[in-house]
Design a protein around this ligand. Sequence first.
Ligand code: ADP
Ligand code: ASP
Ligand code: MG
Length: 407
Amino acid sequence: MALIVQKYGGSSVGTIDRIRNVGRRLMETQSAGNQVVAVVSAMSGVTDKLIGMARQVMDNPPEREMDMLVSTGEQQSVALLCMAIADMGGKAVSFTGGQAGICTYGSHTRGRIESISPQRIIDALRSGYIVVCAGFQGMTPDGEIHTLGRGGSDLSAIALAAAVKADLCQIYTDVDGVYTCDPRVVKDARKITVLSYEEMLEMASSGSKVMQARSVELAKKFGVIFEVRNSMNNNPGTIVQEENPAMESLAVRGVSIERNQARVTVSSITAPVAYTAIILTALADAEINIDMIVANTAHDGKARQSFTMNMNELGAAQAALKKVLPQLGPEARLDTEAGLAKLSVVGVGMRSNSGVAATVFRALADAGIHTGMIATSEIRISTTVEASDIEKAARVVHAAFHLEKEA
Ligand code: ADP
Ligand code: ASP
Ligand code: MG
């Protein structure tokens, strides 16, 4: 008998029929002799709708109340799923994050998992129940509800799989696995059979939101091997696990795109030497995440610093930087540019294959696409392009590495 954790995302439970489909799959898994823990997202669109309603009430809703509100999306779907299972003659019990023993700390709307006490889950499994846990949420020791950031049900699933020492962790979604690029953008993208944690992490954090990046970090930390699969069929999916030498044969495994990027530039900086620290501290204090960072000093001795960030945070970044601008010299100025997107190529084979960057920028240049800021890690190369060019950029770079062909 195996203990299996299965996570179902929003589109997999997006309608009552789909909820029944998930119920049926869980019952089949149990009937095959397994213990099953399901981790379920809100029905697709529900979280966005709740956030939209809050914003209609006020501009900046208190984060505690946001957590109270959006955590209800998952509570609806877990209860409906257990009802569907009961209707089909099965035995299931739903738990909120708190009831499942997920203990969190940190700030509202971006809680972090401190620990998991899965005794209640284990007792229910022993009594023959299919256990259905609300994803995306946990509770502080003093009973406050936290949500875990967008896409956070992936994190709940990985954390629960680690806590109950699951034999198998399956992430069910609306595509067959992790593809060489978002199949909605590149039609001939291929499903990747096996991917390393590092590659999945770099892809997720550069825009391939099929998995939440934090969940991949946690999987790596606890050695949770997981498989991304389709909830509408039984095709084999993508296994994500520790790197092995075979993965290095290809320089590039996948292409990610991230829309909604903006660039901020502080220029004519004349003082002081520690300007980067002043700028980054101001942004960190405002809890703003930035991405690519470039600094340089022109021949007139004035420095400039640019960075990219999500467009949603641009207003907050401007406000935070305006406060410290006077400390950077009398002429220091702030410029912003919206309407950018980021293209990244990822692969552990990049460490041992040269010429990857040249191929990326040659393909983009041949397609007449202008590139802006560039950033690299050991296994990733990213560049900004105009938002209107991003899909074409993804297609030409995908083709340049022949990713449509079988590996
Ligand atoms: P869920 O609701 O199951 O959590 P998500 O919408 O979060 O599903 O993730 C699945 C979607 O991720 C797919 O429909 C696909 O469009 C998108 N996606 C982006 N990049 C990739 C990729 N490299 N491989 C597969 N899907 C991707
Ligand atoms: N419902 C949450 C979201 O839309 C969590 C999740 O789906 O993973 O972000
Ligand atoms: Mg998701």
